[in-house]
Ligand binder design. Structure first.
Ligand SMILES: Cc1cc2nc3c(=O)[nH]c(=O)nc-3n(C[C@H](O)[C@H](O)[C@H](O)COP(=O)(O)OP(=O)(O)OC[C@H]3O[C@@H](n4cnc5c(N)ncnc54)[C@H](O)[C@@H]3O)c2cc1C
Ligand code: SF4
Length: 342
């Protein structure tokens, strides 16, 4: 590994100045970045450690939503009482990912920016347009079990690996970002990108921009009827082949008033189609509407051969997750007041 300069600023202004330098990268939990550095996939010249910044709070917004600080740990977020009560979908998605040790270290901001798990991206001996633009895509025609069935391009067929982001997409989160010249907010649908001709760009952050927080709108409408379903090769410690975040607002008459559905493991970003969600509204929360939603959400899905199975799997998972959500949110915390320990 090349020598790397290390800063641990105490103030945001210093972090933004240091992060704007050529070759600089912010480091939070380090659970993805350090692996990528050890493999030689990412080679920052300067690490700006943001763990001393006051960015780890979780609290209510004036509008009744929730603000998750960028350096709040994934475990602290999943077990936070306000998250558990108003956003059980987010708790379930976070707890479906990684391991207790990793969730204790990984941060909410870092989770959004974790990079694809495409094997070829990690293997510096082979071409990869995401790692080295213009070099080619080794996955196309190669091992594609994990790869995309929606929104891929001829330059990259990678998927985004996060579980948390699938729930954040369904919950219409907003990403708060700071840079030296000001602050901005990015709606979650616009945060991650499809690969197109520039698979090296995972998202719409600009160089030097720091995620400071993730805002959730008021969550009450969906708290009673949500489900996160993750299908994977192992029961734990594995990334999703397909995952579904489903959230329904169901009236006392059993009719859906609002619906949110996002798919993970199938595209370069969490996959949402608002028109497919609209098909659920005004209808009974049951089979026929769920099938219609799945058809539209997966319209245009195309496999690469080895991952063709993901198309029927995603369809069935989607219907199953909607059924689970309609039946009522399950509190899947076995020890309600327990905090994960090593
Ligand atoms: C073995 C293993 C299994 C895993 N399984 C899963 C899984 O099943 N599901 C899942 O969703 N995830 C899984 N993960 C991924 C894990 O969730 C991520 O590694 C973690 O969320 C990244 O957060 P971090 O704080 O450690 O980020 P870091 O590694 O510190 O940073 C990641 C990236 O984000 C940038 N960055 C970090 N914070 C900020 C910020 N505030 N502003 C701007 N840039 C920033 C860094 O520069 C870097 O590019 C797994 C990881 C491992 C190692
Ligand atoms: S799918 Fe994307 S990340 Fe994987 S080898 Fe192709 S370009 Fe690289």
């Amino acid at each position: 590994m090349n020598p790397v300069a290390y800063h641990a600023p105490q103030a945001s202004g210093d972090a933004l100045r240091q992060g704007a330098g050529a070759g600089a990268a912010f480091i939070a939990g380090g659970t993805n970045l350090l692996d990528l550095m050890k493999e030689g996939v990412m080679r920052p010249r300067t690490l700006v450690d943001i763990n001393s910044l006051p960015l780890d709070a979780i609290g209510l917004t004036a509008q009744g939503g929730l603000l998750l600080g960028a350096t709040a740990r994934n475990a602290d977020t999943a077990y936070h009482p306000l998250v558990r009560s108003a956003y059980p979908l987010l708790s379930a998605a976070i707890l479906a990912g990684a391991s207790p040790q990793i969730r204790n270290m990984a941060t909410d901001g870092g989770n959004l920016l974790q990079r694809t798990r495409c094997h070829y991206f990690y293997d510096t001996a082979v071409p990869c347009n995401k790692r080295l633009p213009g070099s080619g895509c080794s996955a196309i025609g190669g091992l594609t079990r994990q790869h995309a069935i929606l929104g891929a391009s001829e330059h990259c067929i990678a998927t985004h690996p996060s579980d948390m982001c699938v729930a954040l997409a369904a919950l219409d989160a907003v990403v708060h970002v700071s840079a030296r010249d000001g602050e901005r907010r990015i709606g979650f649908a616009d945060f991650h990108r499809l690969p197109g001709e520039h698979p090296e760009r995972d998202n719409t952050l600009l160089p030097g921009e720091l995620i400071t927080a993730i805002e959730l709108p008021p969550g009450a409408p969906f708290a009673a009827h949500s489900a996160y379903l993750k299908l994977r090769d192992r029961a734990s410690y594995a990334f999703a082949l397909v995952s579904v975040a489903a959230a329904l607002d169901i009236g006392p008459d059993g009719i859906v008033r609002a619906a949110r559905v996002a798919l993970g493991g199938v595209a370069h970003k969490p996959w949402r189609v608002p028109a497919a969600e609209a098909l659920l509204v005004g209808r009974s929360a049951a089979g026929a509407a769920f099938e219609a939603c799945a058809d539209l959400l997966l319209a245009g899905a195309r496999g690469q051969g080895q991952n063709d199975f993901k198309i029927p799997m995603a369809r069935r998972a989607l219907v199953r997750a909607l059924e689970q959500a309609a039946a009522g949110t399950i509190d899947n915390m076995h020890a309600p007041d327990a905090r994960e320990t090593l």
